[in-house]
Design a protein around this ligand. Structure first.
Ligand SMILES: [Zn+2]
Length: 147
């Protein structure tokens, strides 16, 4: 007879935070899955083998949560066995002072690494986009050339 699990862990003071957090990634995953499923609908029977995303450092998406939600949202879809590849997009800003596009190393300082003036024109870093989709249409037999 299995013993009762004694749950004595402390309830977090703000229990809503984690689930709200995951809900955010969950809705993003759902829209990715819908978009990909729509674009492979033209290939009946095809399975998606790989989905590549571009994820900006300022996109407000946690990759771990995204992967967790990916498992849930791709189940029983053509994406079920697809590999999720996430490419991190750095923060690139325009420095008016140097008239250059500069990559910020950290989120702590929004200053140009060259002249140390504040920068405020964001060029890259908020991306959350599907970069590419790879599918297996089930048709490409292993190349057997009996010619
Ligand atoms: Zn500068």
């Amino acid at each position: 007879m299995p013993g009762l699990q004694h749950r004595n862990h402390k309830t977090p003071t703000r229990p809503g935070i984690y689930s709200e957090r995951v809900m955010h990634e969950l809705s993003i995953c759902t829209s990715i899955v819908e978009a990909v499923a729509k674009s492979v609908a033209a290939y009946p029977g095809a399975t998606v083998t790989k989905v590549s995303l571009r994820l900006g450092a300022l996109s407000d998406i946690v990759e771990d949560s995204l992967r967790f939600c990916w498992e849930l949202t791709t189940k029983d879809t053509p994406l079920e066995s697809a590999e999720l590849v996430v490419a991190a997009v750095p923060i690139v800003m325009r420095c008016d002072h140097c008239n250059a596009d500069v990559t910020l190393e950290s989120l702590q300082s929004f200053r140009c690494p060259l002249c140390h003036e504040p920068v405020n024109e964001l060029l890259h870093g908020r991306e959350m986009e599907i970069e590419s989709i790879e599918i297996d249409d089930g048709k490409d037999e292993p190349a057997k050339k009996d010619a």
